[in-house]
Design a protein around this ligand. Structure first.
Ligand code: ADP
Ligand code: AMP
Length: 221
């Protein structure tokens, strides 16, 4: 199992899409699962919505249960690229326990490191494809055709919680817990940090270099 860590806007989703394609594994993003549940109007979605609108983390119990249910789907049997989970120490510990029961582990926790001062402009300029969430940025990484995803042709959208006032709340309320999660994986000896200020393709190369020495994840002969 690979875990992508980083502040909101650090580039986790961008890299998770690339790594998922590279390794032929599903990208599992708790933010996407919550947004899907909210769109469906399910009890889970309704429970999560208020927290998301305030920029707060959804409580651990709800989040862990939803994530573990997703990991039980057949497509995640060989592993997954986790994007946006775990976000608290309690989530990281719950994941460790659940993976141990399944006879597996977090092989690497990949921290995409970006200074806090750069996150606001990344998030307020973010556009996402409506189909699966491929990422664009209005100035740094615009799509070839305005408003259209280069990869699957779907219409691009902006997230409600990427408005500046909610971005500020997200950063204020979520960065403390990220530090705890980073410490958890540092102590476990699986933390790998890469410089997330570099261009997207360079960040991907740095991540692949960090993963390469791990036997299960080695892709070259
Ligand atoms: P996260 O999933 O961590 O919240 P995203 O992957 O959605 O972050 O990226 C946030 C924004 O930053 C998007 O607009 C994306 O295009 C842009 N972005 C991602 N990686 C980089 C990078 N290496 N350099 C500059 N902008 C980036
Ligand atoms: P994201 O798409 O990762 O930016 O997540 C959007 C929102 O979903 C966050 O601001 C949180 O409110 C919620 N969320 C996503 N993942 C988690 C998580 N692992 N724990 C708690 N809340 C989460």
């Amino acid at each position: 199992m690979l875990v992508l860590l980083g502040a909101p806007g650090a580039g986790k989703g961008t890299q998770a899409h690339v790594l998922a394609r590279h390794f032929g594994l599903p990208r599992v993003a708790t933010g996407d699962l919550f947004r899907g549940a909210a769109r469906d109007g399910s009890p889970l979605g309704l429970a999560a919505r208020g927290y998301m609108e305030r920029g707060e983390l959804v409580p651990d119990e709800i989040t862990v249960e939803m994530l573990l249910e997703r990991l039980d789907a057949p497509d995640a049997e060989r592993g997954a690229i986790l994007d946006g989970f775990p976000r608290t120490r309690a989530q990281a510990e719950a994941l460790d326990r659940a993976l141990a029961e399944r006879g597996t582990v977090v092989d690497a926790a990949l921290l995409v490191d970006v200074p806090t001062g750069e996150l606001l402009q990344r998030l307020t300029g973010r556009w996402l494809c409506g189909a699966v969430g491929h990422t664009y940025h209005e100035t740094a990484y615009p799509p070839r055709v305005p408003g259209i995803c280069d990869i699957d042709g779907s219409a691009l959208i902006q997230r409600d919680d990427d408005r500046p006032e909610i971005v500020k709340a997200r950063l204020e309320k979520q960065l403390g817990a990220l530090a705890d999660v980073v410490e958890h994986y540092r102590a476990a000896g699986v933390l790998q940090a890469v410089d997330g200020r570099r261009p997207i393709a360079s960040v991907t190369n740095d991540l692949l270099d960090a993963i390469e020495p791990i036997p299960y994840w080695r892709t070259s002969p």
